[in-house]
Design a binder for this molecule. Structure first.
Ligand SMILES: Nc1ncnc2c1ncn2[C@@H]1O[C@H](COP(=O)(O)OP(=O)(O)OP(=O)(O)O)[C@@H](O)[C@H]1O
Length: 315
C-alpha cells in the first residue's frame, strides 16, 4: 500500500504538489490524470524518491520512505517512462536484465526471467533478445521498458506516460496488454497520463489533479457519473459521458446467454464476452444489425447481445 499524507513539493516559488492526500491499496491501478503541469510526474517521482518531498509523509507498506535506503526502495518499484530510457548500447536482453543483475541473480535465472518476460510482453525472445533499442519500433521499445520494470518482480509499478509517444493503434494494443498482464501479475500501480480515455480504461481508481491538488479520487464509474466539479466534468467530456460509461461495461453483463455454449457459426461476425458495450453498439450501428452473437475465449458461441438492450440498460 502507498500512502501520501499532506505531501507538498516546491521548486523555488512554484508549488508543484500542494498538500495532497492519497491512499493506493495493494493491487490497485491508480491513474493520475490532469492537464500539463498539474503535478502528476512530480507526485510519481516522490514515491520512488527520485525527488524528495518538501513536507508531509509518504509511506510504502506502512514504512516512511525517508527511513528507507533509496536504492533498495527503487529496486522494489518498477519505473517506466515515456521514451523508455533504455540503454542504447545494450541489447534488449541486457536492458531487461538490469535489475536482476544488480540483485546478483545467478545467470541462468536471469536468462530464464528475460525469456519469460519477453514472452509475456509478446516479444519473441529468439528474434528480439539480441537486438538493440534503435532496431525496435516505438511500441516494441516500450514493451521492453515494461519488461525491464517487471524484471525483478517488484511489488510496485510506477508508469509515467509510458504510452504517450505512440500512435493510437500501438497505444491501444499496449493498453490491452497492460490489462492482461495486470490480471496475471497484479502489481500496485501508479500510472500517469493526461489522456482521460486511457485513465478510464486502465484505472481501478483515478486521481484527478489540478494545480498541484487532487480534486477527485474515485472509481472510473463514479468519476463519470458524479464529477466533483466543473473541471472534472470538462475533463471527462460533457457530451460523450454515456458512451464512456458503456466502454466500462463488458458485453457479458447484458447478453442473453444460451443454456449451454454452442459451436460458433463459421465466418459470422461475433463479439467477445469482454468486449465493451460501446464496441458492441458501434459494430451494430456500422453494420446496421440489431443483434450479434457473443463468443467466449474458446470460440464457442455463448449468447447474443441486442442493440435495444444496450441502448436501454447500457448506461
Ligand atoms: N525540476 C523542476 N524545477 C522547477 N520546476 C519544476 C521542476 N519539475 C517540475 N516543475 C514544475 O512543477 C509543476 C508540476 O510539474 P509536473 O512535471 O509534475 O507536471 P505534470 O502534471 O507531470 O505535467 P506534464 O503532463 O506536462 O508532464 C510545473 O509547474 C513544473 O513547471
Amino acid at each position: 500500500m502507498i500512502e501520501l499524507k499532506n505531501v507538498t513539493r516546491r521548486f523555488g516559488d512554484t508549488v508543484a504538489v500542494d498538500g495532497i492526500d492519497l491512499a493506493i491499496e495493494t493491487g490497485e491501478v491508480c491513474v493520475l490524470v490532469g492537464s500539463s503541469g498539474c503535478g502528476k510526474s512530480t507526485t510519481l517521482r516522490m514515491i520512488n524518491r527520485l525527488l524528495p518531498h518538501s513536507s508531509g509523509e509518504i509511506r510504502v507498506d506502512g514504512k516512511d520512505i525517508t527511513t528507507l535506503n533509496p536504492e533498495r526502495l527503487r529496486l522494489n518499484m518498477g519505473y517506466v517512462i515515456q521514451g523508455t530510457g533504455l540503454f542504447p548500447h545494450w541489447t534488449v536482453a541486457r536492458n531487461i536484465a538490469l535489475v536482476p543483475r544488480l540483485l546478483k541473480w545467478p545467470q541462468a535465472r536471469v536468462d530464464a526471467r528475460v525469456r519469460e518476460l519477453m514472452t509475456l510482453l509478446d516479444l519473441d525472445p529468439d528474434t528480439y533478445a539480441n537486438k538493440y533499442p534503435a532496431q525496435l519500433s516505438g511500441g516494441q521499445a516500450q514493451r521492453v521498458g515494461v519488461a525491464r520494470a517487471l524484471a525483478a518482480d517488484p511489488n510496485i509499478l510506477l508508469m509515467d506516460e509510458p504510452f504517450g509517444a505512440l500512435d493510437a493503434i500501438t497505444r491501444e494494443n499496449l493498453q490491452l496488454e497492460m490489462l492482461r498482464i495486470q490480471r496475471q501479475v497484479r502489481k500496485t500501480t501508479v500510472f500517469v497520463t493526461h489522456d482521460i480515455d486511457e485513465a478510464l480504461k486502465l484505472a481501478t481508481r483515478i486521481a484527478v489533479m489540478d494545480q498541484g491538488r487532487i480534486v477527485q479520487h474515485d472509481t472510473p464509474e463514479n468519476i463519470l457519473r458524479h464529477p466533483a466539479s466543473e473541471f472534472v466534468e470538462n475533463l471527462v467530456g460533457k457530451q460523450d459521458r454515456g458512451l464512456k460509461l458503456m466502454s466500462l461495461r463488458p458485453v457479458r453483463e447484458l447478453m442473453t446467454a444460451h443454456a449451454r455454449p454452442r459451436p460458433a457459426t463459421p465466418g459470422a461476425d461475433a463479439l467477445g464476452e469482454d468486449d465493451s458495450l460501446r464496441e458492441a453498439l458501434s459494430v451494430m450501428l456500422c453494420r446496421n444489425l440489431t443483434q450479434l452473437p457473443v463468443c467466449n475465449g474458446r470460440g464457442e458461441e455463448t449468447g447474443v447481445i441486442a442493440r435495444e438492450r444496450i441502448i436501454r440498460d447500457g448506461v
